[in-house]
Each structure stands twice: as C-alpha cells, then as structure tokens.
Ligand binder design. Structure first.
Ligand SMILES: CCCCCCCCCCCC(=O)SCCNC(=O)CCNC(=O)[C@H](O)C(C)(C)COP(=O)(O)OP(=O)(O)OC[C@H]1O[C@@H](n2cnc3c(N)ncnc32)[C@H](O)[C@@H]1OP(=O)(O)O
Length: 218
C-alpha cells in the first residue's frame, strides 16, 4: 500500500488520558467534543463510503478523488488526539455515539433492563444481492450487546463469545429494531441475548457472553 501509510493515523495516550486498562474508566458521555458539526462530518463520510461502494470511476476521476482525499487527510492530521479523548464513541447525541466504524443506530431506550435501538445498515454495508453483510450485523450486536451488559453492570464489559443466527435477509437503508438484554448474570459474566427485526420479521438473533472488566484490566 502506498499513500495511506505515509500519513499519521493516531497519537499515543498521554498520562492524563482518562482510561483504566483496556477501556475508559467511566462511561464517557460528551456532546461537545468535535464541535456542533462533528455529526454532519461523520454523516458526509458515511455518504462518501456509500458512493464508493457503488462507484465505477474513470482512471482520471479516481486520481482526482485521491488528490482530494489526500488534502482531507492532511487536514485531519492537524487535529489527531488519542483514542481516549477523541469524540468518536463518546458523543451520545449522535448516531452510534459518533463512531464511524459502527452501523448508525439511535438508542430509543437503554438501561439495566436492556437496550432498544433503531439501526440502519447503509449502502456500504452491502454483503451481496442488495442485503447487509453478516459481519456488519454482528458488529451492531456486539456494540449494543456490550452496552446492555455495561448498563446492567455499571462498568465496561468485553465480548468473550458472540454467536449470530441469521434467520432471514437483513435489508439496507431500512430502519430496523435491534434489542439486547442481559438474560442471565453470574459474577462478572453477563449472558446477553439480542434480536434484529424488520417490522415483524426476525432477521437475526444473538447469544453472547460479556465479561465485566476488573479495574485496570487490559
Ligand atoms: C453508555 C456507553 C456504553 C458504551 C458501551 C460500549 C460497548 C462496546 C462493546 C464492545 C465489546 C467488544 O467488542 S470487546 C472486543 C472483543 N473482545 C475481546 O477482545 C476479548 C478478548 N478476551 C479477553 O480479553 C478475555 O478473555 C476476557 C476479558 C473476555 C475474559 O478474561 P478474564 O477477565 O481474565 O476472565 P476469565 O477469568 O478468563 O473468565 C471469567 C469467567 O468467564 C468464563 N469465560 C471466559 N471466556 C469464556 C468464553 N469464551 N466462553 C465461555 N466462558 C468464558 C471463564 O470460564 C470464567 O468463568 P468462571 O470460572 O468465573 O465461572
């Protein structure tokens, strides 16, 4: 690969970065990091990825887009911070907490009893034949399953295993309902279940184990 590897991609955490071990020390919730336009910036990137998924550029246009992207990457290089202080993942006012790597979802209800969210798989989440890639469905279950475990336990949890049963096709660009809840817990172990529905139709189910992290655990 050329180009991307020439550029800076992240910065090291500083001693004052607010984290313990492998996760943030607290549920980091912010609405201001990255400023009022951060959500729109993320949305424009998602839209760009949607278009890249279906674009078939001429060689000239591909070169033009590469030059534009290099300029944009250079702009962001001037603002990189460590993972613990970046807006991504903490902006609870934005879809998927502003995390560009997740399918965009909005939590309609979330608490110790479970999480109820609306998720939309985008055009760039295409697997084949117009429907979502199964890996992206698993990503949505992982994040919202981890959220159900964390909200019940009051501290972060890591996925030990996660099984998805794909029951029917998962459409793109359609608001879907994803629910997760702790079915059973035993010490640090949270057995979490989840469902993904398109209206009344069950698209997929999840069965997972999330282990609460000990303070300072990597
Ligand atoms: C509002 C904002 C919210 C924000 C919400 C944000 C949510 C984000 C969620 C994202 C979550 C992720 O993707 S996390 C990334 C993917 N996951 C990982 O990389 C995890 C890699 N694995 C590990 O780090 C480790 O194996 C752990 C942490 C999972 C477990 O290690 P440990 O803490 O040392 O625990 P350990 O003693 O081994 O196990 C504890 C108990 O669990 C059992 N156990 C452990 N692993 C398994 C297993 N795979 N299957 C069955 N059982 C298991 C053990 O037998 C033991 O049972 P007993 O003897 O006690 O009965």
């Amino acid at each position: 690969m050329t180009g991307a590897t020439e550029q800076q991609s992240s910065t090291e955490a500083s001693e004052t970065s607010p984290h313990q071990g492998g996760f943030r020390a607290d549920f980091e919730v912010t609405t201001e990091r990255g400023g009022p336009s951060y959500g729109e910036m993320v949305e424009q990137v998602r839209t760009f990825m949607d278009k890249v998924r279906y674009a078939s550029p001429t060689p000239e246009l591909a070169d033009e887009v590469i030059e534009d992207l290099k300029k944009l990457n250079a702009k962001l290089d001037t603002t990189l911070v460590d993972e613990w202080t970046s807006p991504s993942g903490t902006r609870i006012d934005l879809p998927s907490r502003g995390n560009i790597t997740l399918p965009p979802y909005e939590v309609r209800n979330g608490g110790p009893e479970g999480v109820d969210a609306e998720v939309i798989f985008r055009r760039f989440h295409l697997g084949g034949n117009g429907v979502a890639h199964g890996g992206h469905v698993a990503v949505a279950f992982d994040d919202l399953g981890g959220m159900a475990a964390a909200l019940r336990a009051g501290r972060p949890a890591r996925t030990a295993y996660l099984t998805v049963n794909y029951r029917s096709l998962t459409p793109l660009e359609t608001p879907l309902v994803l629910r997760t809840w702790v079915h059973e817990h035993d010490g640090r172990k949270n057995f979490v279940r989840g469902t993904l529905h398109d209206g009344d139709r069950l698209c997929a189910e999840m069965d997972a184990l999330f282990i609460e992290l000990r303070p300072g655990q990597a």
